[in-house]
Every structure is written in C-alpha cells, then in structure tokens.
Design a protein around this ligand. Structure first.
Ligand code: ZN
Length: 180
C-alpha cells in the first residue's frame, strides 16, 4: 500500500455497484474537472479535490461555488483585481452597459447615482465577475470532523468567498439546522 492510498467515504457510505471496502482508492491525478490537476491531487474514486488542499485554497480566498447538492461544491480561482476592473470596463462599453447609463442619466440622476446604478446592474448581470473559472470540484464527505468545523467557522464568520448568489443556499450536510 503506498502513501497516497485512502478510502473514499463516498465509496463506503453510498449505495452503488462497487466494492464497499477500505484502501482501494488513492490521491492522484487524472480525475475531477478540467484543470483540477494543476491545483492538487484528487480522489481516484469520486474525483474530489484533496480536503487539505480544498481548505487551504478556501482560506486563501478561492471562491466556493454553491450547488443544489448538500455534499458537493465547486472551487473557483478568484480573478485578479486587474482582471475584474478590465471586465467591468468592457461591460460598460457594451450596448447593455451604455443603455443602463443612458436610462439613469435620462432620469436626471447625479453622476454618483449613475455609477451606483451601473454597479448594481453589473453585479446583477455578471454574477461570476469575481471568478477566473472553476478549477475543482469537492465532495464534503472528504472533510474530517475538525475540517467540517473549520469550514463552518469560515462561513459563519464571513471569511469565505462564496460564489453566486453569495451564500450556500443548500448547506453542506454537516451544517444543517439542528433538529430540535
Ligand atoms: Zn472520494
């Protein structure tokens, strides 16, 4: 058994036509989404990024992309400030951006109000403006209890960048409301 041998919790706990036994999986390359290998090792069974690497990148400000599944997330590389600025400049020049500006000006708004209006429209039209693209998928089952607690703390203390719509609309299975 090599050092990167592991047991995928999804293999063990989910029903399926595979062997439910330990030590059959590895942390390796060639799985996950396109480009995932460039940021870290992945589970040979389910394609999830390694949990240590996932949390490390979340701490660094990578964007956790909500999904409608309580066990799955995407991880996006954040766009640089420069890229974000350039993207917004380009949008302001589009017919859409120009129309929003003209409409706000026609309503007699002040330059500050026009800028606010443009900011609001830009955010609404470009929910992924802060992302430089999805680089990994992650399955929460791979987190240890301690890592689950850190994830919840990062989220609750708003130290986590969360992708559109800015909150985990389906919470991870370990973070649901208590059943009291
Ligand atoms: Zn796995």
């Amino acid at each position: 058994m090599s050092d990167d041998t592991q047991t995928c919790p999804r293999r063990m706990h989910e029903a399926g036509p595979w062997e439910h036994a330990a030590d059959l999986d590895a942390w390796t390359t060639g799985h996950g989404v396109a480009g995932q290998d460039s940021i870290g090792l992945s589970c040979s069974f389910c394609g999830s990024l390694h949990p240590d690497r996932f949390l490390e990148l979340v701490r660094e400000g990578w964007i956790v992309g909500p999904t409608d599944k309580s066990y799955k997330a995407y991880l996006d590389r954040p766009a640089t400030e420069e890229d974000q600025r350039a993207r917004k400049e380009r949008w302001l020049e589009t017919a859409q951006g120009q129309a929003v500006r003209r409409a706000a000006e026609a309503e007699g708004k002040t330059p500050e109000q026009v800028t606010e209006e443009l900011d609001r429209a830009y955010r609404a039209e470009n929910p992924m403006a802060k992302s430089a693209g999805t680089r990994a998928k992650f399955y929460y089952q791979h987190l240890t209890l301690e890592q689950q607690n850190e994830f919840i703390a990062l989220y609750n203390e708003r130290r986590m960048n969360v992708g559109y719509p800015g909150r985990l609309y389906v919470l991870p299975f370990f973070a649901g409301p208590s059943s009291t």
